[in-house]
Design a binder for this molecule. Structure first.
Ligand code: TYM
Length: 332
């Protein structure tokens, strides 16, 4: 049986990259799969979060899922910390994963930066908790943006080693689902950096809370080069900022990059940017509006999260029972 799991960190500044690389893809998968979508608050605290902000940002991730079109009657939406299986399985996986594997994780290196000695132990063990998120439900497919690929490879390694060590076939080997024209949306200020929640410049990203004026201003200020758009993708290879805007246009209009270039070949950015603004306001604007509307009714969001936590717990329970027996823990 196929089952989808994915998560987003409630660290604020949800942006267009999160939407195009992941959240929008969650919606379409609902018709073919059983889907579980999580606000990963335990991952968020691997770096300091203000408690009041964390609560609000966790609701905001749930509201973003709903606004994008995730149906809570069909799919499960919940907060990670409300289902204890995640922490329990993460500990077991901490004992399966090897230091050498974690040492290779590029995200840890980037996030820890130069001051590695001062990074939290949780930040280091982050991918092992991520493997637990997925495998506590024996999920088989994981829709994510490009940047999570390495973490999913580690999830596969952990599943394989657990199965080998204990001589079982407990865990499936998960498949990443990385699709669409915007699997890696780049910063609007620097085409060599990905769009991220933590970039100090608000001009680097379009967020769910941006209105028409903010979207227009950020795209107007977006860094580009002086050349007109080419007529083929190959000629975008050395133009990361131009390639990024074309990719965003393609993803929002559900076309290929080549189709976009067919329409805009020879156009200057003074023409292309306003067209992209209109498209973004039209396609992404309403999602942000709906998210903000949902945030005005936190009780409604909380009720959905509570129902989701109950359904998620029911799915994780038999898996945890099996895992604990396999490992040799006594029944409680
Ligand atoms: P997070 O919160 O950083 O990002 C959420 C999702 O958005 C995608 N994404 C992007 N896609 C395209 N362009 C970008 N610039 C961009 N930035 C982010 C991410 O790839 C992700 O899919 N570790 C995960 C959260 C997580 C998770 C999981 C995901 C925890 N447990 C289990 C899947 C399964 C993360 O930090 O995502």
């Amino acid at each position: 049986m196929s089952r989808i799991f994915s998560g987003v960190q409630p660290t604020g500044n949800l942006h267009l990259g999160n939407y195009l690389g992941a959240i929008r893809n969650f919606v379409g998968l609902q018709k073919d799969y059983e889907c579980i979508y999580c606000a990963v608050d335990m991952h968020a605290i691997t770096v300091w979060q203000d408690p009041a902000d964390l609560r609000s940002n966790t609701r905001e991730v749930a509201a973003a899922y709903l606004a994008a079109g995730v149906d809570p009657k069909n799919s499960i939406i919940f907060a990670q910390s409300t289902v204890p299986a995640h922490a329990e399985l993460a500990w077991i996986f901490n004992c399966v994963a090897r230091l050498g594997w974690l040492n290779r994780m590029t995200q840890f290196k980037e996030k820890a930066g130069k001051n590695r000695e001062n990074a939290s132990l949780g930040l280091y063990a982050y991918p092992s908790l991520m493997a637990a998120d997925i495998l506590a439900y024996k999920a088989t497919h994981v829709p994510v943006g490009e940047d999570q690929k390495q973490h999913l490879e580690l999830t596969r390694d952990i599943a394989q080693k657990f199965n080998n060590d204990y001589g079982t076939d407990t865990f499936p080997i998960v498949e990443p689902l990385i699709f669409g024209e915007a699997t890696r949306v780049m910063s609007l200020r620097d085409g060599s950096k990905k769009m991220s929640k933590s970039d100090p410049s608000d001009y680097s990203r379009i967020t769910f809370t941006d209105d028409r004026d903010a979207i227009a201003l950020k795209l107007r200020k977006a860094r580009t080069d002086a050349d007109p758009l080419p007529d083929n993708e190959k000629d975008l290879e050395d133009r990361p900022e131009a390639a990024n805007l074309v990719g965003i246009y393609a993803a929002l209009s559900e076309q290929t990059r080549q189709d976009v270039l067919k329409e805009y070949a020879g156009a200057q950015f003074s023409t292309f940017k306003p067209a992209l603004t209109e498209l973004a306001v039209d396609k992404f604007g309403p999602v942000g509006e709906e998210m903000k509307r949902l945030m005005d009714d936190p009780a409604h969001v909380d009720a959905i999260l509570k129902d989701g936590a109950e359904r998620a717990s029911a799915l994780a329970e038999p898996v945890m029972k099996e895992v604990k027996e396999t490992v040799g823990f006594l029944a409680p």
